[in-house]
Design a protein. Structure first.
Length: 363
C-alpha cells in the first residue's frame, strides 16, 4: 500500500539521520573517556581504537533503540504539525493503523538489536576485559620507557629503568619510589625482573640498596641487599577467576541461573523488549498541535526513554539482590509499559475521532 511505503520511507530517513547524530555524540564522548583511561595507565595507548570499538558495540543496542524511538516521534510529530494526520484520520485511518508500517520499518533493526544483546554484547565485554587484563598483568617495568619516570596504576609507586628487555619482564639499573604514608622508601638496584608466585606477581630486585623514611618520627634507615622482593599485584589466574556476568555468553547464563546471571539475562532481554515497546509508545507520544512549531512531545518522549532505561537498570539490581523475581519484574515493567503504550494509542485515536465529529456534523 502506498501509505505504508511512504511512511516506512520517511521513518527510515529520520532513523538514519538520528542514528548518525547519536553515534557521533556518543563515540566522541567514548573517545575522550578512553583517551583518559590510556593517559591514566589503565589501558595501553596502542589499544585505544580497539577498546573504543568494543565499547561502541556494547552501547550500540541502546543507541539503535533511542534512534528508532526518536525517529517515530519526529516523523509522526511532523505529520501532526503539517495537518497530514488530520487528513488520514478524516479518511478513516485510525492511529492504530500507523503501527503496522512502523513495525515494518523497524523489524530488521529489532533483529540486529537482539543479535547485539544476546551475542555481541557479551563477546565485546569479554574482549574488552581481556584487553585490560592483559595490560594490567604486564609488569610495571614493561610500561616504563627507558630513561623515563613512570607512575604505577594506583600512583603509589614511581619507576625508572635505564635499560629494559624486549619482553618487558626484566630491567637494568632500576629505581623504585614507594609512598605509603607515613612511610616513603627509595629502592635502587642493578637489575629487576617480574616473577609469578602462586596468586601474586612479585618484583625481584638484585644487588641494590633501600632507604626508608618515616615522616612522623623522622627516622631514616639505609640498608643494602643482594635480593629484594615486593608484591606488585595479582596474577592473571586470580583476576580471571571471577568473571562478570556481562562477559558470559547468553547460553552460560541460562545454564547457571544464579541471581546475578538472572539479572544480566533480564537486562539483555528487557532492553530488546523495551525497544519494541518504545516503538508503540512513540506512536502515542508523537501527537502535537497542528501548525505549532513546538517540541514538547519530543522532550516528553526523551524523558520517557530516560525513565524507562533507568527502570531497566534498577530492575537488574533488584533481581541481583533477590528483592524480586525475574519473571515478576519482567512482567510488571515491560508488560506494564506495553499496556501503557496501547492505552495511549487508544486514547489518542479516540481523541482524534471526537475532534472530527463536530466537523462532520457541520458539513
Amino acid at each position: 500500500m502506498l501509505f505504508d511505503a511512504t511512511l516506512r520511507r520517511e521513518l527510515a530517513r529520520s532513523f538514519g539521520a538520528t542514528l548518525v547524530v547519536i553515534l557521533t555524540i556518543v563515540i566522541t564522548m567514548m573517545l575522550i573517556r578512553t583517551l583518559g583511561l590510556a593517559a591514566g595507565g589503565s589501558v595501553a595507548p596502542e589499544d585505544v581504537v580497539l577498546l573504543l570499538g568494543y565499547t561502541a558495540l556494547g552501547h550500540l543496542p541502546t543507541m539503535l533503540a533511542l534512534s528508532l524511538f526518536v525517529a517515530v516521534v519526529v516523523t509522526l510529530g511532523r505529520m501532526y504539525r503539517d495537518s497530514e494526520m488530520a487528513i488520514w484520520f478524516a479518511s478513516g485511518l485510525g492511529l492504530g493503523r500507523f503501527v503496522r508500517p512502523v513495525l515494518g520499518m523497524a523489524w530488521p533493526v529489532l533483529v540486529v538489536v537482539g543479535a547485539l544483546l544476546l551475542f555481541v554484547w557479551p563477546w565485546g565485554n569479554q574482549s574488552s576485559a581481556e584487553l585490560r587484563s592483559r595490560y594490567e598483568q604486564r609488569s610495571d617495568l614493561s610500561r616504563v620507557a627507558p630513561g623515563v619516570f613512570q607512575a604505577s596504576r594506583d600512583g603509589s609507586r614511581v619507576f625508572f629503568v635505564d635499560r629494559a628487555s624486549q619482553e618487558g619482564v626484566e630491567g637494568h639499573n632500576v629505581f623504585v619510589l614507594t609512598r605509603q604514608p607515613p612511610l616513603e622508601s627509595v629502592v635502587s638496584a642493578r637489575s629487576g625482573q617480574l616473577l609469578t608466585e602462586g596468586a601474586d606477581r612479585v618484583l625481584q630486585l638484585d644487588s641494590g640498596q633501600r632507604t626508608e623514611s618515616d615522616s612522623q618520627s623522622g627516622v631514616r634507615t639505609l640498608s643494602s641487599f643482594e635480593r629484594y622482593r615486593v608484591v606488585v599485584g595479582e596474577s592473571a589466574a586470580r583476576t580471571a577467576s571471577a568473571a562478570a556476568p556481562k562477559t558470559l555468553p547468553t547460553h552460560a547464563l541460562l545454564r547457571d541461573p544464579t541471581l546475578r546471571h538472572q539479572a544480566e539475562l533480564a537486562w539483555r532481554v528487557g532492553l530488546l523488549l523495551a525497544t519494541a515497546n518504545l516503538l508503540l509508545l512513540g506512536v502515542g507520544l508523537a501527537a502535537t498541535q497542528p501548525r505549532r512549531a513546538t517540541n514538547w512531545n519530543l522532550l516528553l518522549a526523551l524523558l520517557s526513554f530516560v525513565v524507562y532505561f533507568n527502570l531497566i537498570n534498577l530492575s537488574q539490581a533488584w533481581i541481583a539482590s533477590g528483592k524480586f523475581g525475574m519473571g515478576g519484574v519482567m512482567l510488571a515493567l515491560h508488560g506494564g509499559m506495553f499496556a501503557l503504550a496501547l492505552a495511549l494509542i487508544w486514547w489518542r485515536n479516540h481523541a482524534a475521532v471526537l475532534q472530527l465529529l463536530p466537523r462532520r456534523a457541520a458539513a
